[in-house]
Design a protein around this ligand. Structure first.
Ligand code: T4K
Length: 392
């Protein structure tokens, strides 16, 4: 973030948060119950390799999401890599650039070619029309991203994939427990991939999962996360080490018990943000079409082009007030290495990505944030735009 260009008093006086407000402060359930589960791990001395807590968490997630198979993994990135190989993606894989860089990295890490397609500027998710424009004879897969806790255009993307007869997976890192038209995310496409990183709505410290209704795919995923082992001495598939540990699964089991409280807090926070931002010009809160279908884990504000301050000015003012807002996902994966060097002309296909990435600021939510913090954040915006804040 560049040095501030705003008048000094915007951050040298109130509003100021006494504790840093993070985007991605972990939601943590009952820590006493966690310690009890951890003691059980020590008693059993089963620390990893498909232990009882991993199996139990898989069952509970399958029930929660209404999906046949949940295969837990060590993190979301390795889960993406395994899903890409297991679904038989090849050649060029169409991905949005407006996502965390892991989506593209997973493709490139496997020696495949990520082809960046533009987003819908209203939803920020991959546009099926833009994806169609990037199709070539080498296209061998599509990865949609359910960004910000909302669903991608599964209808449009799914139709394109079926027409081309290629696999489609969804990066659902942001969207655990969210729904699309009444159906939980988890069984769309050939497979869906979750991240359970500390900063996610539902976390297992680090972790991830691939979910699917395809039993053969699920068998392959299980083999591939454990070096391809089928029994003690027999390796029947190419594999890697992507196993979740028991301590991570314990965290997942504990956090799953509190998930309804987590989502309720996020939705309450979102409503408070809606009311605060209804009176702030130049800052548009990204609307969540159906709040009761979203985990509401990301509060996304777009600074309008006609605003008297830039998005970076606002982030500077927020940080000066101890609000650690983020510029997710600036500047777009295509502007990061190795893609910037490999595909120097990718930018021309991505006008919406460029615009949205330059405008967005992501604000704190979750169980560490409440009405007072949201009011304070609103005040920072108001002062930055030269309006009297509620505290003045
Ligand atoms: N696909 C998508 C669409 C994704 O967003 C991600 C991950 C993936 C795939 C890959 O999944 P994983 O392989 O990560 O499972 C964070 C996370 O590291 C990353 O998981 C996440 N997306 C991305 C959106 O955010 P950073 O570098 O921005 O995180 P960091 O360390 O700056 O933390 C964010 C804020 O949270 C900070 O203010 C500090 C606070 N924090 C963080 C941690 C880890 C805490 O308060 N406690 C903590 O333990 O990437």
């Amino acid at each position: 973030i560049e040095a501030p260009r705003l008048p000094q008093d915007i951050w040298s006086t109130e509003p100021f948060s006494d504790t840093p407000l993070h985007v991605g402060r972990p939601n943590v359930g009952d820590t006493e119950a966690f310690l009890e589960l951890a003691q059980g791990i020590f008693d059993r001395r089963i620390l990893s390799n498909n232990g009882p807590l991993v199996r139990e968490l898989e069952r509970q997630i399958e029930r929660r999401l209404g999906v046949d198979h949940c295969v837990l993994m060590a993190n979301g990135t390795v889960a993406l890599e395994i899903a890409i190989v297991a679904t038989g993606m090849r050649g060029e894989v169409i991905v949005p650039s407006y996502t965390f860089v892991a989506t593209a990295h997973a493709v490139r890490w496997l020696g495949l070619t990520p082809v960046f397609a533009d987003i819908d500027p209203e939803t920020h998710t991959l546009s099926a029309d833009a994806a169609r424009r990037r199709v070539t004879r080498a296209t061998g897969g599509i990865i949609g991203v359910h960004l910000w806790g909302q669903g991608a255009d599964v209808g449009g993307i799914g139709a394109l994939a079926s027409e081309l007869n290629i696999p489609v997976i969804y990066d659902a890192a942001h969207s655990f427990d969210s729904m699309i038209s009444g159906k939980k995310i988890g069984a769309f496409g050939n497979a869906e991939v979750f991240s359970f990183h500390a900063t996610k709505f539902f976390n297992t410290f680090e972790g991830g999962a691939v979910t699917t209704n395809d039993p053969q795919l699920a068998d392959r995923l299980r083999l591939m996360r454990n070096f391809g082992f089928d029994g003690e001495d027999s390796v029947i598939h190419l594999g890697t080490n992507a196993k979740m540990t028991e301590i991570c699964a314990a965290m997942g089991l504990i956090n799953l018990q509190s998930i309804d409280a987590f989502v309720m807090r996020n939705r309450e926070n979102y409503r408070l943000y809606e009311s605060v931002f209804s009176t702030i010009p130049f800052a548009k809160l990204l609307s969540i079409a159906e709040l009761d279908e979203s985990n509401a884990q990301y509060v996304v504000v777009e600074i309008q082009p006609e605003a008297p301050r830039t998005r970076d000015d606002i982030v500077t003012a927020l940080r000066a007030a101890n609000v650690l807002a983020r510029r997710y996902f600036w500047p777009g994966a295509h502007q990061m290495e190795p893609y910037r060097s490999l595909y120097p002309t990718a930018d021309q296909h991505l006008p919406n990505t460029r615009e949205v990435a330059d405008r967005v600021v992501v604000l704190p939510t979750g169980t560490s944030v409440g009405a007072a913090e949201i009011q304070l954040i609103g005040d920072v915006f108001q002062r930055a735009f030269g309006m009297p804040g509620n505290r003045t």
